[in-house]
Design a protein around this ligand. Structure first.
Ligand code: CO8
Length: 258
């Protein structure tokens, strides 16, 4: 499919989706979110793709929802349209691993979008924030919930109430991002991580993703039970036999997703 607001590229089993509205610092309008949901769905369904990278430009991952597009909307409109509710659901239903490679601004909906990915690799110039309060609103696509789970109540309150930005170093220290790299090596680092994931059995990669995500949805006891059931079920796969045999034979495993 031809897209206007994103660029999709598949290389070495990795699908990279680049947000591409440079004049608006990749502000998230309806068209972009719709195209992104479609592209993620296509990548998820494409057997050649084993990991996905979501990125923006060096100046902005995304500077938030498009303020110009939404400024005149009424309560009735956003309520009846379930404004960005459907897109949120589509973006968070992707089963393959999704890495956010974030450089520059990740603000408002941009920060929320990065947090919907499985983990965030940040460039050293990245800036995260939930500045919606400056616009007379609050986060609307998961920010108050996900940021609080990642960085704790105090820092999340600080971010949402003052609207201040967090730099990459603070984001790593707080557990929001998994690693920080020089901006020039961001895509190389993300591609390397995605290729490493692409080498694994898709069965165990998807199971790991489901189990980690479960930690945010349930109690410890239920989460551990869920993990144990998935762990046990992987013993029914050829990939488990292959992985453990390869270890003992001191060779690289050849996973076949079976
Ligand atoms: N929406 C629309 N246009 C934007 C946005 C935005 N969020 N951010 C930047 N732009 C546009 C600017 O209007 C400008 O366009 P123009 O040249 O036509 O005036 C262009 O991008 C460049 O921006 P600046 O000139 O402002 O660039 P600076 O480098 O001076 O500043 C900043 C960069 C600090 C990022 C600044 O642009 C800024 O503060 N942007 C707004 C950040 C913000 O408030 N984000 C939160 C938006 S609300 C939100 O995300 C709600 C989430 C809930 C729903 C989520 C659905 C996805």
């Amino acid at each position: 499919m031809a897209y206007e607001t994103i660029i999709v590229d598949i290389e070495d089993r990795v699908c990279t989706i680049k947000l591409n509205r440079p004049d608006a610092l990749n502000a998230l309008n309806s068209q972009l979110l719709g195209e992104l949901a479609t592209a993620l769905g296509e990548a998820d369904a494409n057997d050649k793709v084993r990991a996905i990278i979501l990125t923006g430009s060096q100046k902005a991952f995304a500077a938030g929802a498009d303020i110009k597009e939404m400024s005149e909307k009424s309560f009735v409109e956003v309520f009846l349209q379930d404004f960005f509710g459907r897109e949120h659901d589509a973006l968070t239903k992707v089963r393959k691993p999704v890495i956010a490679a974030v450089a520059g601004y990740a603000l408002g909906g941009g920060c929320e979008l990065a947090m919907m990915c499985d983990f965030i690799i940040a460039a050293d110039n990245a800036k995260f924030g939930q500045p919606e309060i400056n616009l007379g609103v609050i986060a609307g696509i998961g920010g108050t919930q996900r940021l609080t789970r990642f960085v704790g109540k105090s820092k999340s309150m600080d971010m949402h109430l003052t609207g201040r930005f967090m730099d990459a170093e603070e984001a790593e220290r707080s557990g929001l991002v998994s690693r920080v790299v020089p901006v020039k090596s961001l895509m190389e680092e993300a591609q390397g991580a995605a290729e490493k994931i692409a080498e694994k059995s898709m069965l165990s990669a998807m199971a790991a993703k489901e189990a980690v995500n479960r930690a945010y949805e349930t109690t410890l006891a239920e989460g551990i039970l869920f993990e144990k059931r998935l762990f046990h079920s992987l013993f029914s796969t050829e990939d488990q036999k292959e992985g453990m045999a390869a270890f003992q034979e001191k060779r690289t495993p050849q996973f076949r997703d079976k």
